[in-house]
Design a protein around this ligand. Structure first.
Ligand code: GYE
Length: 332
């Protein structure tokens, strides 16, 4: 009997020792992985479009999946001042890396200099910045070549007219711009204008910003239709959300989108490609929002002090009636 008691006690002690050791190793494992985590502050510019929602989802899910990342997210509701204070907050919290999708191109020098002085590397996502010596103020940029996208829109239109033997027809173009001063707006407008200039029969008769939203796209198109609805035969719209609003405005004005008015848009969302299949839109220039994994990889590399590629262009194509169907459904 007595011997059994001792045995039980001994087993108990051994079991306890195992438990303690187990706990110890567990806590040190999670402690070290926590210590090794990269804290990334991401200032997203807003939630103005389906493209943006897809971009946010891509970044958030890549962060969640990546065991090395701990992400803090902030939505600026399309206001630069909100982005500036979000960046200042990240600096104050001592994050390891800051990622920003800048709403407009200019006005970033001061705050990015503050990040630099705090030794926090900055990744630009999607849109670009402009200004004196700004290239020294960020470590990497992951986004699209917006000027190229604008040129693609112009080239597509030229080919489309040629195919119908209408290359010399007078084109009265209405042009819906994105958020004024955003690099996505500036680049697309510039690229399209470059091509338009080479066609003496192309005239941009209306041009205004719809701020990349469906509501404003509709409002601005309504105004275009009121002032030049009888003349407009082409619409170029700098994103699919504005285009969806514009299509509604065109229909309400008694015209047939895609036929009376040739429509070229950007982003290539599901709605955009569906509109092509429905005959309401003619071409959609792809802009790829799925940059989440690249952002995480870059953030980790920067934290580890590795050299990263300064500019990463995401791959993009173009859709029209010839290839829309086989590329459905889209991931966004
Ligand atoms: O085209 C638009 C969004 O910056 C590329 O922003 C992005 C643009 C995109 O609101 O839908």
């Amino acid at each position: 009997m007595k011997k059994n008691h001792w045995l039980t006690a001994l087993i108990g002690i051994i079991a306890m020792l195992f438990l303690v050791a187990g706990c110890g190793s567990n806590s040190s494992a999670s402690g070290s992985s926590k210590g090794g985590k990269v804290t990334l502050g991401f200032s997203q510019l807003g939630a103005e479009s389906q493209w943006r929602t897809a971009n946010t989802k891509s970044v958030q899910s890549a962060a969640k999946k990546n065991k090395k990342i701990n992400m803090k997210f902030s939505d600026a509701q399309q206001k630069q001042e909100n982005q500036i204070s979000a960046i200042r907050n990240f600096i104050q919290q001592g994050v390891d890396v800051i990622a920003v999708a800048p709403v407009v191109e200019t006005g970033w020098e001061t705050v990015l200099k503050e990040a630099k002085d705090a030794n926090i590397p900055v990744i630009l996502v999607d849109r670009m910045i402009k200004g004196k010596n700004v290239d020294d103020l960020y470590s990497a940029w992951i986004g699209s070549d917006f000027t190229k996208e604008g040129r693609k829109a112009g080239d597509w239109l030229a080919t489309y007219m040629k195919k119908q033997n209408k290359a010399s027809e007078k084109l009265n173009i209405a042009y819906l711009q994105g958020t004024t001063g955003a690099s996505a707006q500036v680049g697309r407008t510039k690229g399209f204008a470059e091509v338009a200039k080479t066609h003496s029969n192309w005239d941009i008769i209306e041009k205004q910003s719809g701020n990349f939203t469906r509501e404003e796209g509709k409002e601005v198109m309504e105004a275009f239709m009121k002032s030049s609805g009888d003349k407009i035969n082409v619409l170029v719209s700098e994103n699919d959300d504005m285009t969806m609003g514009a299509i509604q405005a065109i229909q309400e004005a008694g015209k047939t989108p895609g036929k009376d008015i040739t429509i070229i848009s950007f982003d290539a969302t599901n709605d955009g490609l569906q509109a092509i299949l429905d005959g309401k839109m003619n071409a959609d220039i792809e802009c790829n929002p799925m940059s989440g994994n690249d952002v995480m990889k870059t953030a980790i590399a920067l934290k580890e002090g590795k050299k990263v590629q300064k500019k990463v262009y995401v791959h993009e194509s173009l859709f029209d009636i010839d290839n829309a169907k086989k590329n459905m459904p889209r991931p966004y």
